[in-house]
Design a binder for this molecule. Structure first.
Ligand SMILES: [Zn+2]
Length: 188
């Protein structure tokens, strides 16, 4: 799956922000909201943009709120509620005032970014992530957003495999489920 490299990147950012900043469960363990949202947001953004600047605590808190909204989109798609997901994304696009803007930086060719009108970092990421998810939902790959199906895990993912059969957030969860199934068979 390759919408275009920038869209792929902002969708990966959406996944990283949801997984780093929203509380729930991760790979069989409770995942509380991080105490240091600035540091957690910085680490998440750097998984996609390694040289991204340090995120402040206030910006981290704003991004956590954005992440909560983005999670709802993944949850809706995972529950086969594509209509609901589309409504959530449309609401985010409207609220964030996402507007296209051509940019050229870091030696890249001109490419399309989406920004919010306020010029804040969280507002820009909210607009960019909403647009990235809108591109996915508006494509033949609209069902490629997911929530991990392993027990006690609710981390999200975007399925970029060719046949679209991904079900887990990570190989760690995939292996947990395989091991449990193997043990169940051995017992039975
Ligand atoms: Zn998982």
């Amino acid at each position: 799956m390759d919408f275009n490299s920038h869209t792929d990147a902002v969708v990966r950012v959406a996944v990283a922000l949801v997984n780093a900043l929203t509380p729930g469960e991760q790979r069989g363990r409770a995942f509380p909201e991080p105490a240091d949202l600035g540091a957690a947001a910085t680490a998440a953004l750097r998984t996609v943009y390694p040289s991204f600047r340090e995120v402040s605590a206030a910006e981290g808190a704003e991004l956590a709120e954005v992440a909560r909204r983005l999670r709802a989109v993944f949850t809706a798609v995972a529950g086969d509620d594509i209509d609901g997901a589309a409504e959530l994304v449309n609401a985010l696009l409207a609220e964030t005032g996402a507007r296209p803007h051509l940019e050229r930086h870091d030696g890249e060719p001109w490419h399309l970014h989406f920004h919010g009108p306020g010029g804040t970092m969280a507002g820009d990421w909210a607009a960019g992530c909403a647009t990235g998810l809108a591109v996915v939902l508006g494509s033949e790959f609209h069902d490629r957003l997911g929530v991990c199906t392993a027990p006690h895990c609710d981390r999200v993912y975007v399925d970029v495999s060719r046949n679209g059969t991904r079900r887990f957030c990570s190989t760690a969860c995939q292996n947990r489920v395989k091991t449990a199934a193997f043990r169940a068979r051995a017992k039975g």
